[in-house]
Design a binder for this molecule. Structure first.
Ligand SMILES: Nc1nc2c(c(=O)[nH]1)N[C@H]1C(S)=C(S)[C@@H](COP(=O)(O)O)O[C@H]1N2
Ligand SMILES: [Mo]
Length: 404
């Protein structure tokens, strides 16, 4: 005992003096909020977050948890990158467990040379890394109707942003040699629903990645390990995960998820289909639904803006229900087709306020109001809601989800 406590004393003194080298603290490794008075934990093979940090994806209990979604806690994240462990999930048939050594990607159909790629075959090809958001087109679908989603996470958390690394799809198509007359590429996943989507050849030859990596490490199983398509700016569904087949064709496949689903019923009874692009959208993530301001004074209004058509050029914020607007500061660098963080200092006077943001992208497109959106599309849509999002601040500081 005596010796142990002397030893502890010695260790704490030398730690304070800053002379502790890697001399081995023996058993003195478990620490609980004791600061520098004891040795901390040793090195580890794979990092864990602090036990005090509880950020989590949200999801509802479901009778079919394999065909469900989980939501990114947008209100609790900083900057623009979503940690892979908090990237939203949308699975139609659960997460398949795939051995990367056995996984192969077949490229066939209207090509001169059908090709089969192992992971190693793909990784030796010229690759690119880009920061892109992925957003389910069903994200914020609740906003079409009555407000039922209380906070940014559950209302808008089917959107996340990562740095993706992979081989341009164009490179694979060029290696295989696309035959004249080919105009579509059909992508198929290796999950139980065999998710299939048709992609126009112009997009396939443009910026699509066959991605194997997310934020610097191999994809998570939930995001499509070992391979997924990243189709920049297009609705989440077309970013086929667990990618196993690419078939070059001269027409779309008219798969379930591009006909009966992911289509929008218009007021005239016709449906919009192949609604690929995710139009510009922004939301304030603080102060937002679910928060309570502690009292009048200085706050920072902050949030995220993104557009499937390119860079975000401007985000304006209103604190008076849209009567006046002020340009927010945009975090640099601004990547195209990525989350863009905006910030604006704000002094709350303690009265009622209505906060909302409106973004403009590099194509000149301005995020519409909900009224403008409904005037154009009616209320029969489930997908592609990108209207301006108001949050109401009450005099007691509570923040709630409301219509303007
Ligand atoms: N193979 C396959 N790919 C898929 C899906 C799926 O269920 N199976 N879900 C799609 C949908 S609807 C969306 S919104 C995105 C979600 O990607 P994430 O789970 O990585 O966020 O993946 C798409 N790709
Ligand atoms: Mo989706």
């Amino acid at each position: 005992m005596e010796e142990a406590s002397n030893r502890r004393k010695f260790l704490s003194v030398s730690a304070l003096a800053g002379v502790l080298s890697a001399c081995g603290g023996g058993k003195e490794t478990a620490v609980e909020d004791e600061g520098p008075s004891r040795l901390g934990r040793p090195v580890s093979a794979y990092g864990e977050r602090s036990a005090h940090v509880k950020l989590a994806r949200a999801f509802r209990d479901s009778a079919n948890p394999e065909a469900a979604a989980s939501f990114t806690p947008l209100q609790d994240l900083d900057g623009i990158i979503t940690p892979a462990s908090l990237h939203f999930e949308r699975h139609h048939a659960g997460v398949p467990q795939i051995d990367p050594e056995k996984h192969e990607l077949l490229l066939h159909g209207m090509v001169d040379r059908p090709l089969m790629f192992t992971l190693a075959d793909l990784r030796r090809l010229p690759s690119e890394s880009h920061v892109y958001f992925i957003e389910c087109s069903g994200n914020s679908g609740g906003e079409w109707g009555a407000k039922t989603t209380p906070d940014p996470q559950r209302g808008f958390g089917l959107a996340s942003c990562s740095e993706w690394t992979g081989v341009p799809l164009r490179t694979l198509l060029e290696e295989a040699g696309v035959k004249p007359g080919a105009s579509w590429v059909i992508a198929e996943g290796n999950d139980a629903c065999r998710m299939m989507r048709s992609i126009p050849m112009a997009k396939a030859m443009d910026d699509i990645l066959v991605a194997y990596s997310q934020n610097g490490e191999p994809l998570r199983p939930e995001q499509g390990f070992p391979l997924r398509l990243v189709v920049p700016g297009w609705e989440g569904n077309i970013n086929v995960k667990w990618l196993r087949v690419l078939k070059v064709a001269d027409q779309p496949y008219m798969a379930k998820d591009e006909t009966s689903k992911y289509t929008d019923l218009m007021p005239d009874g016709k449906a919009r289909i192949f609604t690929f692009v995710m139009e510009a959208k922004s939301i304030i993530t603080f102060p937002a639904g679910g928060r309570k301001l502690s009292g009048p004074g200085l706050y920072e209004i902050t949030g995220l803006a993104w557009s499937g058509r390119g860079r975000i050029e401007k985000v304006e914020v209103s604190t008076d229900g849209g009567k006046s607007w002020t340009a927010a500061r945009l975090q640099e660098p601004r990547h195209r087709i990525a989350f863009t963080r905006f910030r604006l200092p704000w002094r709350w006077d303690g009265g009622e306020a209505m906060l909302q943001s409106r973004c403009t992208d590099e194509s000149g497109y301005v995020q519409p109001s909900k009224e403008e959106l409904v005037a154009a599309r009616g209320t029969g849509s489930n997908y592609h809601f990108n209207g301006i999002k108001p949050w109401k601040i009450s005099a007691d500081g509570s923040v709630t989800n409301v219509d303007a």
